[in-house]
Design a protein around this ligand. Structure first.
Ligand code: SF4
Length: 295
């Protein structure tokens, strides 16, 4: 099955189990959505939803927010990550919307990106959810799910590269839906640390799951007194390992005597082999100041 075909099948299966693929940020207008998305950088939607009711009571529209002071805004969003920066961005965004766009949040991605605190990702989230613009903002969940399912090239290591790859395999008109499906799947099923693979509807399409299944079963009967690790290839005990990069480019541990990567921990009996996984490192996801990788 090619990537496009797999992408179609993945979207179809996720659609069958995720009935309402929309943003979880509670909002009633493009203004409220824009504020919530700016606040959600490196913060959970749940926490954002806890602070926005009070914020929107005091600042019900963009005009009110433009008139509010940064310390006032900061106080209301104190429990959110980066409150100082975000308060400045909200204030700057509101002033610009009022002075340059007549108080209306612009329904255009490029114009949205000119607002303080709004990068490519934020603009796309708002454009997609508030104005129906077909978009594929790549956040940490979309990034991880796209890589685990190998819908993107392994070398695509930035949100922009992942977005480009996804646009090649997902049909125009389906991008926004796919974006929400991937986020919800990543948030609740295919989580970063412990993906819940057993009930996942994508199992037989998922290279990550196949790779985990191919790992050797834990060994029994190993003696911790004879060594810390057991080399399953040459059948001897060793007390330390040597780092080695495997053919897939993943960092593994190897036997210092024979170089084999077929090592087991004598305490747990588990293999030391790792299935390469894609995690977001320090890539700027959600940093409020980061204009390159979005909000
Ligand atoms: S099988 Fe596991 S790793 Fe693969 S998509 Fe499902 S939850 Fe994620």
């Amino acid at each position: 099955m090619g990537r496009k075909e797999r992408a179609r099948e993945i979207i179809s299966r996720l659609s069958a189990v995720i009935s309402d693929p929309v943003t979880e940020l509670v909002h009633e207008s493009p203004y409220e959505l824009l504020v919530s998305v700016i606040l959600s950088a490196q913060c959970t939607d749940e926490r954002v939803n806890r602070v926005t009711p009070a914020l929107f009571r005091l600042f019900p529209d963009v005009h009110a927010l433009a008139e509010g002071s940064v310390p006032e805004i900061r106080q209301l969003i104190a429990s959110i990550t980066f409150p100082n920066n975000k308060a400045r961005h909200l204030s700057g965004m509101a002033s610009k919307v009022v002075t340059e766009f007549g108080g209306e949040v612009p329904a255009d991605l490029q114009l949205l990106e000119t607002l303080p605190g709004v990068g490519r990702k934020t603009a796309q989230v708002v454009g997609g959810a508030a104005f129906g613009i077909d978009s594929m903002p790549v956040d940490t969940h979309v990034f991880r799910v796209a890589h685990r399912l190998q819908l993107v090239r392994p070398s695509s290591d930035t949100p922009d590269a992942v977005e480009r790859d996804l646009r090649r395999v997902i049909k125009a008109g389906e991008l926004s839906t796919a974006h929400h499906l991937f986020i919800l799947h990543g948030r609740y099923r295919c989580t970063a640390r412990s993906p819940d693979c057993e009930p996942c509807v994508l199992r037989n399409l998922c290279p990550q799951w196949q790779a985990v299944r191919l790992l050797p079963e834990p060994m029994t009967g190993l003696s911790r007194n004879k060594g810390r690790f057991w080399c399953g290839t040459r059948k001897h005990y060793v007390d330390h390992t040597v780092p080695r990069v495997d053919r897939a480019g993943a960092q593994q541990e190897s036997c210092p005597r024979c170089g084999s990567m077929n090592l087991f921990d004598c305490k747990t009996g588990r293999t030391l082999r790792r299935v390469p996984d894609v995690r977001i490192g320090d890539m700027g996801f959600g940093r409020p100041d980061d204009r390159k990788h979005a909000s």
